[in-house]
Each structure stands twice: as C-alpha cells, then as structure tokens.
Design a protein around this ligand. Structure first.
Ligand code: GDP
Ligand code: GDP
Length: 434
C-alpha cells in the first residue's frame, strides 16, 4: 500500500516521458518476474526509500487537444479526488497557455500538495524562461528535463517529503475490494452482501482520508469491504470513462487483501477487465473472478461454463491459477460461494509454509528436474525458504542464481502451487546466491 501521486497537464508537455523515467527501472524488474506487459499509465516508484504509486491521468484521455479541453476538468477532478499529491506539468517551450491557466484555476482551490513542474528545461536559457509560470499563481515551481533527467531529483525530494506515511493496517480481518467495469453489477453485489443495514457492524476510518473499511459479519464470516463508499458515491463524472474506473480501482485495490473482479457475463473478459486484473496481480493481491449476470446467458448447456472458464484462463496466462465463479446477483446464485472462495484465497495469501516441509517437498522435485545447464555451467539449488512478507514470496538459494531462466522459475512456481495451494494468489520467486 502506498501513497498515490497523479500527473496532470495538457497533451505533449512530457507527462509520459516523465512517468516512464520514474517507473522504468522497477517495472523492468517486475516484468521480468511475471512475464506480462503492463499498461503504461500506472506504476510504482520510490525515492529516498519512500514508495508511491504514480498515475499519468493524461494517459487515459484520448484524442486531440479539443477533446482534451472537454476532459480536463474531469482529469483534474479525478486527480484531486483520488490522489495524495498532484504534479501539474507544463512545457517551457510553449510557455503559458490558456489551458494551463484553466487547470491552475482548479488547482488553486485544492487542499492537497500541488507541484508545478516546468518540463523541457534542458538548458540554462530555458531555466530563465521558466519565470513566466509564476503568473499561474501556484507559487514555487520546479524546473526539469524529463528527457535528460536534470531537476527531477529536486522535485522528488520535495514530493516524498509531503507524502503521507501509508502504513499497512494491522487488522486480522480479510479486506475485500469489489472491482470491475461500470455496470458489471458491483453495487448490486455489495447490496446483496450487505442485505439489510443491520449486518454492518461498524465503520472504521481507514489510514487515509478517502478509504473507509466497512466491517461485515455475514454467512458466519467477518470481513471488511474496502472503499465501498467510493463505489456507492454518486458522481457527476461520466461513468464510462476508462480512466475514471481505473483510478478508482487503484485505490481500492491497494487497500485490500483480495480483489473480487466482477465482470458482466454478456460482455466477457475484455481489455478493461484485463487492466484491472493485472493491476491487482501487480500489487500482489489475491484475486477471485466473478462472472456475474449468469442468468442472462441463454441456452446454457453442460459445457457452457467450462468453455467460458477456458476462455478466461487463456486471457489471464500465465497466472491461471485463479478461481472463476459464475454468479447471478439478481437470483442470488452462488453469492455465498463467492465470499467463501474469497476467504479461502485470503487464507492462501497469508499462508506460511514451514521451511522444513518446503524443502522436504521441493528438493526431491528439483533433484529430478535440475535447471538446464547454462553456458556449460550447472546450477545447484541447495535450499529454499518462504520470506516473511505479507504475501507469498520464496527464495531459492543456489550457486549461480543469474543462470536460472524464467521457464524454470515458472516450473518451480507450478510445483509450489500443486503442493501447497496458492490458488488466487500471485507467487514470487527469487533466486539467491548461497
Ligand atoms: P504527454 O502527452 O504529456 O505524455 O507528453 P510526452 O511524454 O508524450 O512528450 C511529448 C513530446 O515532448 C515528446 O516528443 C517528448 O520527446 C518531448 N519531451 C518530453 N520531455 C522533454 C524534455 O524534457 N525536453 C525536451 N526537449 N523534450 C521533451
Ligand atoms: P456497477 O456499476 O458495477 O455497480 O453495476 P450495478 O450494480 O449498478 O448494476 C448494473 C445493472 O446490472 C443494474 O441494472 C443491475 O440491476 C443489473 N444487474 C446486476 N447484477 C445482475 C445480475 O446478476 N443479473 C442481471 N440480469 N442483471 C444484473
């Protein structure tokens, strides 16, 4: 869980160049581990040991400048609502534009840290030109060049200083977030869960201003629903904006243990659901896929569910060990099963395998399937252990960790899954030198 920083600004000022510079190093590592491609507008970064999530809201605004003009209010409103700090990026080459002034007007009213970042200051002459941005009335500014990196350090120093410390809440109840596209049936699902208001035990204020955990005691289970206030909140923002639902999902996902990814059976597992799914995966959250509105699927035969499941598994490769449940909120079909499964995934995610048992199981498997020799060298794995992290991560100690390739790591992961049940949970494997 980390603080959220949003980058706003009109097109072409260099937002994505800046964004890529900040997240590149980390993402390269994450990509190598899981082997999947990421969307380009959300990522994690850290500076001076402080981690934060970075969102390029502009990345979600499509089209030309005139389209953008209509969207800018929404973009800024989102950033204001969902982020802990805002970086407002402008371009020294073009100087102050009307659109910059409009954005400033909105940002001046905001009660959150705003950093005016003047980009494309590649040399000293341009640093002098930057003075004109004082006219925006946002006070102090930071000059930088996203292309060569100069000035970014000063901006980040100032930024991480004001970010709230978002501590992981120590709370032994499972925290679930219900996420998915607009109209998938999320609110209906939550209402069905809640039933009558008397099931709400208490409202606990979360660690940050926006997040509210609401505790439920239902079906004999106790759990917290995360950020449902956000889901129930009525908003004037158009519901069908992809970036809106992604922004909203980011916060809910970061604050939960298990994501219930709801999709509409009549629409399938499309690109937007996929974005949300990988967002949860990237954050190492437990995942349950709920295929809702199953009542609307006509002419169901014995194989319909199986084929549907197969299609989703193909879409989520290589992380296919995820429960997929067919529900109908309308008829209340398998609602209970959904929660029961989420609890199971929560338990899988917090599972700790004792080192001795882990080695008793894994070492013989490794004996019989040694890593392939690389450049004529043999890799010997000597022992393994689960790391004391809140989600499953394993370290395998060996003589030449750099020679272990991804396919072998995937083999190890599959064997861990076969033997210890990590269904619904991303598993990370590190090779360490011993
Ligand atoms: P976005 O639309 O705000 O995301 O802007 P992009 O990151 O796509 O950048 C727009 C253009 O500005 C690209 O051609 C970048 O190469 C260029 N650009 C970005 N940062 C800098 C910079 O610091 N200096 C210069 N000279 N050009 C930059
Ligand atoms: P949200 O935007 O994801 O919160 O979706 P809503 O809960 O507002 O549901 C969108 C629409 O789908 C509403 O008209 C619901 O009544 C309908 N809906 C939700 N679940 C089901 C279901 O299981 N079956 C059918 N037929 N309709 C559903």
């Amino acid at each position: 869980m980390s603080a959220i920083v949003a980058i706003v600004g009109r097109p072409n000022v260099g937002k994505s160049t800046f964004f890529n510079r900040l997240i590149q190093r980390r993402e390269a590592i994450v990509d190598a581990v899981s082997g999947v491609t990421r969307d380009r507008h959300y990522g994690k970064s850290d500076w001076n040991g402080k981690e934060f999530s970075l969102i390029d809201t502009g990345g979600y605004v499509l089209g030309s400048e005139d389209v953008f003009e209509k969207e800018i209010d929404i973009q800024v409103e989102l950033a204001i609502g969902e982020a802990d700090a805002i970086i407002f990026m402008v371009d020294v080459e073009t100087g102050v534009t009307g659109m910059d002034e409009d954005v400033s007007k909105l940002l001046r009213k905001v009660n959150k840290p705003v950093f005016l970042a003047i980009n494309k200051v590649d040399n000293a002459q341009r640093a002098a030109d930057a003075v004109e941005f004082y006219a925006l009335g946002l006070g102090e500014y930071y000059t930088l060049s996203s292309i060569n990196g100069s000035g970014t350090g000063e901006l980040l120093d100032a930024l991480v200083k004001v970010l709230p410390d978002v501590e992981e809440v120590v709370e032994d109840l499972p925290r679930f977030a219900v996420v998915g596209r607009p109209n998938a049936g999320k609110s209906s699902f939550i209402n069905a869960l809640i039933g009558e208001e008397r099931y709400i035990v208490t409202d606990i204020a979360g660690t940050t201003r926006d997040s509210i955990d609401t505790r439920y005691n239902r079906f004999g289970f106790e759990f917290n629903l995360v950020d449902t206030a956000g889901i129930r909140r009525k908003t004037k923002v158009r519901e069908d904006l992809e970036f809106y639902s992604v922004m909203r999902s980011v916060r809910a996902i970061e604050h939960c243990d298990v994501c219930l990814v709801v999709l509409d059976a009549t629409r399938g597992f499309d690109g937007q659901v996929s974005n949300i799914f990988w967002l949860a995966h990237r954050n190492n959250k437990g995942i349950v896929i709920l295929v809702n509105k199953w009542d609307l699927v006509e002419d169901k035969e014995t194989n319909t569910m199986k084929q549907y499941t197969q299609k989703i598994r193909e879409a989520i490769e290589p992380f296919t060990d995820v429960p997929i449940i067919f529900i109908s909120v309308l008829t209340k079909q398998r609602i209970f099963k959904a929660i029961e499964t989420a609890i199971q995934v929560y338990e899988n995610r917090s599972k700790k395998v004792v080192t001795r048992k882990l080695n008793d199981v894994m070492l013989p498997i490794i004996q019989n399937n040694m890593p392939p020799a690389y450049k004529g060298k043999y890799v010997k794995i000597k022992f393994c252990t689960q790391l004391p992290t809140p989600y499953p991560q394993f370290a395998f100690f060996c003589n030449l960790p750099q020679y272990i390739r991804d396919p072998y790591k995937r083999f190890l992961e599959n064997k861990l899954r076969e033997n210890f049940d990590f269904t619904g949970v991303p598993v990370t494997i590190f090779m360490r030198k011993k």
